[in-house]
Design a protein around this ligand. Structure first.
Ligand code: 5GP
Length: 223
């Protein structure tokens, strides 16, 4: 699909806030596993949407990434992230421990531990990877070879200004970190056309519901 066609699809099929970028993805019965890759710019509300989704659908599993960034207040090791030193991260990376890794915002390493993902998809558990654009692209380059059927979901803010407002409002980054995050956000917003579906995060509840609709369709579950 060309970029122009994709933009057209986004504009013309926006029922429920879900903007389809591609036709139905059913009919991949011969695949080994399926998963949802969720990407969106900083402060768009991915974490809150996931928490809302899991509150209503605890059967959904969200992969816990590893990172070398410092924990934010309230973040718990093993729940939000596996926090680790750069040395530890790099040695795990060299040992093939990750499905994908990326250096995000030019600041810290992030990676998806491979084995828990394989374990969950083997059980057909609805599985979400919440990763950045580089990670989404890496998964894309590997998915076919691994027999994975992946739906790439982009969470977009209602507008760029609203994104800035949310980032400033959450107050967890200093000026320099905010600047880096907004630079990355611009690149990520420009990549929306690479994703199968866009959900605009106007409201957390609607966004979580839209995400569930995608999962339910992909896994053949009751809505
Ligand atoms: P934060 O530091 O705000 O928690 O996350 C920063 C960015 O890193 C977000 O865009 C998030 O999606 C991304 N991220 C989190 N975990 C992973 C991961 O395992 N791999 C990749 N590639 N990106 C990740």
């Amino acid at each position: 699909m060309t970029e122009t066609e994709d933009v057209h699809a986004r504009e013309t099929d926006s029922s429920n806030g879900v903007e389809a970028g591609r036709e139905s993805r059913n009919g991949h019965g011969n695949r080994n596993g399926r998963l949802i890759v969720l990407t969106g710019p900083t402060a768009v509300g991915k974490g809150t949407v996931e928490a809302e989704l899991r509150a209503h659908h605890p059967e959904v599993w969200v992969s816990v990434s590893a990172t070398t960034r410092a924990p934010r207040p309230g973040e718990v090791n093993g729940r939000n992230y596996w926090f680790m030193s750069e040395g530890d991260f790099l040695s795990k990376e060299a040992n093939g421990w990750f499905l994908e890794t990326a250096i995000v915002h030019n600041m810290a390493h992030y990676g998806t531990p491979l084995q828990p993902v394989l374990d969950h998809i083997a059980q057909n558990t609805p599985t979400i990877l919440e990763i950045d654009l580089q990670g989404a692209r890496r998964v894309k380059s590997k998915a076919a070879g691994m027999g994975l059927d992946v739906v790439y979901v982009f969470i977009a803010p209602p507008s760029y200004d609203e994104l800035v407002r949310r980032l400033v409002g959450r107050g967890t980054e200093n000026e320099e970190q905010r600047k880096k995050r907004l630079e990355t956000a611009k690149l990520e917003l420009a990549s929306e056309g690479e994703f199968d579906v866009t959900i605009v995060n106007n409201s957390i509840e609607q966004c979580a519901e839209d995400l569930w609709a995608i999962i339910a369709k992909e896994y053949g579950l009751e809505r």
